[in-house]
Design a protein around this ligand. Structure first.
Ligand SMILES: [Cu+2]
Length: 176
């Protein structure tokens, strides 16, 4: 059985999502909060903005490396993480020739959606521990229409075998 929920909060240009998608019930849940500042006229090359990201992932198996990315397509209604396609890579750092390596010291070698490639894989040393991280990705933003806009995309978490173990959409929530 597939289980999928997304929790969204907004305040200005911040978005929070919770990625939970556990076909095999491994119990991973996560929360990603995205923020980009209001009132900015974003340059078409994204040079004057960045996206603040706060990550919290629980339910990880100790001593296993998990990767996580912004993917280029949303999660469909049936919750199938596979259909989120590839990593968001607006600058085409990945030539799709099988030779992609993200060197965090030179972010131009990295897909901008490759969060764990740039900022480190998610790992915990004991059961029950929550993985947390906080970083700022250049160029990405929450301004619709900009080529670095991530608002309609998704986040996917992979286990050590690259299997997609959780996913969720990045959507702004309408005020209720
Ligand atoms: Cu991924």
């Amino acid at each position: 059985m597939k289980f999928f929920t997304v929790l969204l909060l907004t305040a200005g240009s911040s978005v929070a999502i919770r990625a939970v998608s556990k076909p095999e019930g491994s119990g991973i849940t996560s929360r990603f909060s995205f923020f980009s500042p209001n009132g900015v006229t974003v340059a078409s090359d994204g040079s004057n903005i960045s996206l603040d990201v706060k990550v919290s992932i629980s339910g990880l198996t100790p001593n296993q490396n998990y990767t996580y990315h912004i993917h280029e397509a949303p999660v469909p209604a049936d919750g199938n993480c596979t259909l989120t396609k590839l990593h968001f890579d607006p600058l085409k750092a990945n030539k799709l020739d099988g030779k992609y390596v993200c060197n965090p010291k030179d972010i131009t070698t990295c897909e901008l959606g490759d969060m764990s490639g740039i900022y480190g894989k998610a790992i915990v040393s004991k059961a029950g521990e929550i993985y947390e991280n906080k970083f700022s990705i250049p160029k990405l933003n929450l301004y619709p229409g900009n080529m670095f806009y991530v608002g309609d995309l998704s986040v996917v978490i992979h286990d050590g075998t690259s299997k997609r173990v959780a996913c969720a959409n990045i959507n702004k929530l309408k005020k209720c």
